[in-house]
Design a protein around this ligand. Sequence first.
Ligand SMILES: [Zn+2]
Length: 163
Amino acid sequence: MQNKQLNISYQVYQSMAELPAEWSSLLQKAVEATKRSYAPFSDFKVGAAILLDNGEVVCGSNQENAAYPSGLCAERTACFYAGSTWPGARMLAIAVAACHNGELTATPTYPCGACRQALVQYESEGGVPMKVIVGSAGRVEVFESVRDLLPFVFDNLDVAQEK
Ligand SMILES: [Zn+2]
């Protein structure tokens, strides 16, 4: 038997203003995307912005539905839109922000497990780490890779590539 440990390092900024300009601008687009959220049930409005290697920024927001499972998170709305509009483009970074009661949340809102799974597949396909920038009114955290948020990923790409 062996004991093993995982270490994840990430950066914490005290505000959006402290972020490097490139990431601050992407996070601002995620904040703007919260305004296009459709969240009549939760009023928890999430926005995501993905930077592609072709320079495009693709935004998404959560879309709720009366049949709850039929809705979709902001992160998957954005990555599926990016994947279907620019197939093959690498996703270099995703920024996420959320508003509740019209205010930016006080603490960061992380992608849910299902979104991490969807994002990590695009990251693996792209072959470059996808930075994850989670913003809030209180602080901003930056992770170098989606895998930092989902270390034991379900990843069948290796099997698919054996064909
Ligand atoms: Zn999600």
